[in-house]
Design a protein around this ligand. Structure first.
Ligand code: 5GP
Ligand code: MN
Ligand code: MN
Length: 481
């Protein structure tokens, strides 16, 4: 299949508008990456998204692109609120899956020798994880669950999980105000009730790491990142509740397409006009699931702090365990962006993509506003991860968006096959990383080689100017779901 691919520069490729496409596709990748990307259906998905009504700007793909349900993972697409659509496939099953990063006063010395093993084991004891993991001690009643779905991270803080000052370090302040719990089905509630405060499986993790290299000392200083400083990542989302919301609304929105006369090149792109009843209902439910995810990450953050307190025998404040930032990487949001000189209200879908707002944007917390939004890019459990910062170029070109990770190169199945006869845990230990996992196949499925080298991905977004590296982190101990 020919893609009408046109190279713009070393980092950008255009898929020229063809067939039913309403706009061009824009793929951020090197030529070498593109070769791998072309083997999947992901470029076809970029073209398909470009066929949806009301799309504004390009249908975009970040360098961590791979095949996803309907929209590619690594996809960014914005639609006019008046004439465009919202699509569950453009958000993904794990609504508001995201990453947060904590910094600390701790240094490598304090985690020397076998200590990291004990710390990870303690995290593993204190944070419920694994497929369908649930908390027997907490089955939320409907009224309480409604408050979680309305308030997000603020609910968790009010219950004693973390500090009010955490809230300003979370995208959207940890609460989607237009969330509508009444649009979340009984089945979704049932799945979420006992899963709040659980990590989940596979790709989700809590990771203790260290700042290995700083690229931008000025910005790193503002973010609280110092060479040798200990950090903690938390990666999880909305668990079964978000998954069920996605499932429920895919079913509903499949009907909307014919009702509103929307031509779908692929049924998985089912969607509804943003301002239709179905569109609003989905957004309300999606916002509620997003708030569940914000509360979830907030609770886990609290248990991370408690674990460190027990382990080091001192308070989290003295350890300096501060939240740097929390980003969403599976979301659709109503945002205002300047397009061709005109301020427009858009429904921006970021699926496996991260918001990366530039310095000065009012949505960037006051403490970071002078430098730009922190962007958290996990790599894999063996090599490294990055912290980037948003740029003006991202505002102008990608609706303030960038990549979200390394992206898989091997399917779970392929990874399991390639791990046969190996001990991934031992291999990682030789690299100085101690790992535990709840699931039996997790370490195989998630081995570093299952992912692209995240530095290749970061080189593309840096080269293209849609975000800028601030620091690189190395994993020391990882608790996988
Ligand atoms: P996703 O939400 O798409 O599953 O994952 C986001 C990204 O996290 C992946 O693309 C991958 O690069 C990264 N990742 C997955 N597992 C780990 C891990 O254990 N540690 C770190 N640092 N990154 C990971
Ligand atoms: Mn994720
Ligand atoms: Mn997830």
């Amino acid at each position: 299949k020919t893609w009408n691919l046109e190279q713009v520069d070393p980092w950008r490729w255009k898929i020229r508008r063809h067939g039913a496409m309403k706009t061009d596709g824009l793929v951020y990748a090197t030529e070498e990456m593109l070769r791998a990307i072309q083997e999947e259906q992901a470029l076809e998905q970029v073209s398909n998204v470009a066929c949806l009504p009301g799309i504004v700007g390009y249908s975009m793909a970040m360098p961590d692109i791979h095949w996803g349900y309907g929209f590619p993972i690594g996809g960014v697409a914005a639609f006019s609120v008046e004439e465009g659509v919202v699509s569950p496939g453009g958000v993904g099953y794990d609504i508001n899956c995201g990453v947060r990063l904590m910094t600390s006063h701790l240094t490598l010395k304090e985690l020397g020798g076998e200590r990291i093993k004990d710390l990870v084991s303690a995290l593993f004891t204190n944070i419920p994880s694994g497929v369908g993991s649930s908390r027997k001690d907490m089955k939320l009643k409907d009224a309480e669950l409604d408050r979680v779905l309305e308030q997000g991270a603020a609910w968790a803080v009010a219950k004693g999980y973390g500090d009010p000052s955490d809230l300003e370090k979370i995208e959207e302040g940890g609460c989607i105000p237009w969330a509508d719990p009444s649009k979340v089905s009984a089945k979704a509630r049932e799945r979420g009730r006992s899963q709040l405060g659980t990590l989940g499986s596979g790709n989700h993790f809590v990771e203790v790491g260290v700042v290995e290299e700083v690229y931008d000392p000025g910005v790193a200083e503002v973010f609280g990142l110092h060479p040798g400083g200990i950090t903690v990542f938390v990666h999880t989302g909305s668990r079964g509740l978000g998954h069920q919301v996605c499932d429920d609304y895919i079913r509903i929105l499949l009907k909307s397409a014919s009702k509103y006369g929307i031509h779908l090149p692929d049924k998985q792109l089912c969607c509804a006009p943003v301002e239709s009843r179905e569109g609003r209902d989905y957004l309300g439910a999606m916002g509620a699931a997003a708030n569940f995810a914000f509360a979830n990450r907030q609770m886990i953050t609290h248990w991370v702090r408690e674990t460190f307190e027990q382990f080091f025998g001192t308070s989290a404040e003295r350890l300096g365990l501060r939240l740097l930032y929390d980003v969403c990487h599976n979301m659709a949001k109503i945002e205002e962006h300047t397009v061709e000189g005109r301020l427009r209200k858009l429904c921006v879908h970021r699926k496996g993509a991260t918001r990366a707002f530039a310095a000065g944007h009012p949505a960037v917390p006051p403490v970071y506003r002078a430098v730009g939004q922190p962007v958290l890019i996990p790599g894999d459990m063996g090599r490294y991860s990055y912290v980037l910062v948003g740029t003006d170029r991202a505002m102008a070109e990608t609706f303030g968006s960038t990549c979200h990770g390394a992206g898989r190169v091997l399917s779970r199945h392929q990874a399991i096959k390639s791990a046969r006869g190996r001990s991934i845990a031992k291999e990682l230990e030789q690299r100085g990383v101690f790992v535990t996992a709840a699931g039996k196949a997790t370490l195989s499925e998630e081995m570093p080689e299952a992912y692209k080298d995240v530095s290749d991905v970061v080189a593309v977004v840096q080269g293209a100017g849609i975000s800028r590296p601030v620091a690189r982190l190395k994993p020391l101990g990882v608790m996988k779901g």
